[in-house]
Design a protein around this ligand. Structure first.
Ligand code: SF4
Length: 267
């Protein structure tokens, strides 16, 4: 097992995204492996399922409002699955037989979930998979919004979720990513969204929050503080492992010096 190397200075990634921010907070060593050392992470079924469903919904909402029907959603999913079949992710997952069919059924159920939560024909998207970047106090912030809607004067950020909805206690934490997107909208588009919405396709639940001066300021301060901690870790080469239940899904368990501690503590 390799011990973490205490060396420096290392180069931080060029941008800070919601996923990088959350990764550093949950485990600095995992962050280092993924975004500083850039070690490959094999895709999980959960991640790939999310990619396929996001793509199908992107295709659905790119159609004219009257054409956003359940039949069109099924066609969009067929197209998304065809793209997936030709991808390296499909080769890496290697699903065959019943596992492949189950994967496709799960994708279909998730896409159908959107019709239980939204009225696709009534939505006015002004951005799909919208790549926003801005520089805040020298830090390059970046986020890709699943969907940005405009209704009247109001903008709404929509983030599709294909995993389980959080408990009430954890919901606030899960909104960190969308608050980051709200900050990007304000910085890049000069307009704060009226709402941020997490659309949980599996549990058929929508969690909505209203960004405020306070939440935007807090998101900005948190992003800058995390970036400062990343720069300090890169300068010292000191990225601490933070064992948690997330270790069970970590692609770097084999090289992590704390992985044994994780197993012992969860035994
Ligand atoms: S196994 Fe756990 S402690 Fe180690 S890098 Fe992964 S998440 Fe961090």
């Amino acid at each position: 097992m390799d011990a973490p190397e205490l060396e420096g200075p290392l180069s931080p990634p060029s941008t800070l995204t919601p996923s990088k921010l959350e990764r550093f907070i949950s485990c600095p060593l995992s962050f280092r492996y993924a975004y500083v050392d850039r070690l490959p992470e094999p895709p999980s079924v959960h991640q790939v399922r999310g990619t396929v469903v996001h793509r199908a919904l992107e295709l659905l909402y790119a159609a004219a409002p009257k054409d956003r029907t359940p039949a069109a959603a099924r066609e969009a999913l067929v197209a998304a699955l065809a793209e997936h079949d030709a991808s390296t992710d499909a080769a890496a997952l290697g699903l065959v037989g019943e596992a492949r069919e189950a994967f496709r059924r799960e994708c279909a159920a998730l896409v159908e979930g959107d019709f239980a939560l939204e009225e696709p024909h009534a939505v006015n998207p002004v951005g799909l998979e919208l790549d926003l970047r801005c520089r805040v106090e020298g830090v390059e912030l970046r986020g890709i919004l699943d969907r940005l809607d405009r209704h009247g004067e109001a903008l709404t950020v929509v983030d599709y979720k294909t995993g389980r909805a959080p408990t009430t206690e954890r919901a606030a934490g899960r909104l960190g990513g969308v608050s980051f997107y709200a900050l990007l909208c304000e910085e890049v588009l000069g307009e704060r969204p009226a709402e941020v919405r997490l659309v949980y396709l599996r549990d058929r639940l929508v969690i909505t929050r209203t960004p405020t001066d306070q939440s935007t300021r807090g998101t900005r301060q948190r992003a800058l503080a995390v970036w400062a901690a990343i720069e300090r870790a890169c300068a010292s080469g000191d990225f601490r492992p933070n064992p948690s239940r997330l270790c069970a899904w970590c692609a770097f368990r084999d090289r992590c010096p704390a992985a044994g501690a994780t197993a012992a503590s969860s035994a």
